[in-house]
Design a protein around this ligand. Structure first.
Ligand code: ZN
Ligand code: ZN
Length: 376
């Protein structure tokens, strides 16, 4: 039975990541990158704390954090085999160090989506000498994220374990649906089952949406009692050593009281299969979305599918690529994505079915394996 045992997790290849990041500098028009996204810091260094930055230059790396993380950062960077200078201090001291370390850098890349206006102003002020020496600050986007797109064996093992933990939790609590729990009670039981088996936490706030509440794709669990005739959308995931899983199943307590929902269940299941079949390395992510939409259109429910088909999963629950209309992303081997079409009938209920999949050279392998049978 799935259980999170850190000693059993295969190692991740963290040490090579800064080197691979440097290979992207030319194209991005920078000579160095100040990494401020904490997930990206974790990816590049193995550091799991909540506050740190890494300056990756052409030749080396400077990791800065505060006193709370002095010991942890040394230990984690050392364990990951990361070759970086570690500097600990309060924020003004960190900026001072970065100031010194960036001297001579002509084009300093910043991670545009994660730099706050306040930090950008402080950096511009502190790193002012960049301008006086002909240097400049260059906005960048998605550089580390591009590396994160392809999961290594260690990362895949963690996501797979997170998926297993969720599978086991659902198997454990699904029968409870017939005992009239509230949505909130069922959500809590799922969360407890995942934690009991060692999950670091839940991937996101567990969704249990029954009856008419199911018509809202991101409903929060309420005190509504789940009764005979209800169709129940359960969307949840576990966190294993920093990595997420994401799965939705739709279950029926007895026969759905609204017969339209029976048709929706069939249609969404067919659409999800069509999406999974379309998932393959080299395929535009938008094509997977189109496959789901086409399938629902054939069933006459296209207008009830009100969100994108899926998203990447890794250190974040929602990351690249985007499986949605208009997405320019191309699926690559080793990416982990969700396929989650849904259909929602306001006032009546909703249906969504979602798996987390790893993209392979000739298709996709599901990491979430719970039955799609709707019986609790
Ligand atoms: Zn989900
Ligand atoms: Zn999802």
């Amino acid at each position: 039975m799935a259980r999170l045992d850190r000693s059993m997790l295969p190692a991740m290849d963290v040490a090579s990541r800064c080197k691979r990041l440097r290979e992207l500098f030319d194209e991005a028009g920078c000579d160095a990158l100040l990494v401020t996204s904490i997930d990206n810091v974790r990816y590049l260094t193995g550091f799991t704390g909540s506050s740190a930055m890494v300056l990756v230059t052409g030749a080396g790396a400077l990791f800065v954090s505060d006193g709370r993380y002095a010991e942890q950062s040394r230990q984690q960077l050392d364990e990951a085999g990361v070759d970086a200078e570690i500097a600990i201090g309060r924020v003004p001291e960190q900026l001072e160090l970065l100031d010194r370390a960036t001297r001579g850098i002509r084009r300093l890349g910043l991670e545009a989506p994660s730099v706050t206006w306040a930090l950008e102003r402080r950096l511009t002020e502190r790193l002012g000498q960049l301008a006086s020496t002909g240097g400049e600050i260059v906005p960048t986007e998605g550089l580390v994220e591009r590396l994160r797109l392809v999961k290594d064996a260690g990362e895949l093992a963690r996501i797979e374990l997170a998926a297993d933990l969720a599978d086991v939790a659902l198997a454990q609590v699904r029968e409870r649906l017939t005992e009239s729990p509230t949505e909130a009670e069922l959500a809590l039981e799922l969360d407890v089952e995942m934690r009991r088996r060692g999950a670091d936490g839940v991937s996101f706030e567990t969704i249990v949406a029954s009856g008419p509440n199911g018509a809202r794709p991101h409903a929060r669990p309420t005190s509504r009692r789940i009764e005979e005739g209800d169709v129940v959308v359960v969307d949840f995931g576990a966190l294993a050593d920093g990595y997420h899983s994401d799965m939705t199943r739709t279950l029926c307590v007895g026969t759905p009281s609204d017969p339209q929902l029976v048709d929706l269940l069939d249609a969404v299941l067919a659409a999800q299969r069509a999406g999974v079949r379309a998932t393959c390395a080299g395929v535009p992510a938008a094509d997977v979305d189109a496959a789901c939409r086409r399938s629902l259109e054939e069933a006459g429910f296209a207008s009830l599918f009100v969100h994108g088909t899926g998203h990447g999963v890794g250190l974040q629950i929602h990351e690249a690529p985007a499986l949605a209309p208009g997405s320019a992303d191309i699926l690559v081997e080793g990416a982990v994505v969700t396929v989650e079409p849904g259909a929602y009938l306001p006032g009546a209920g909703g249906v969504r079915i979602e798996d987390t999949l790893v993209v392979t050279a000739n298709g996709a392998r599901a990491l979430t394996k719970s039955t799609k049978d709707t019986t609790p």
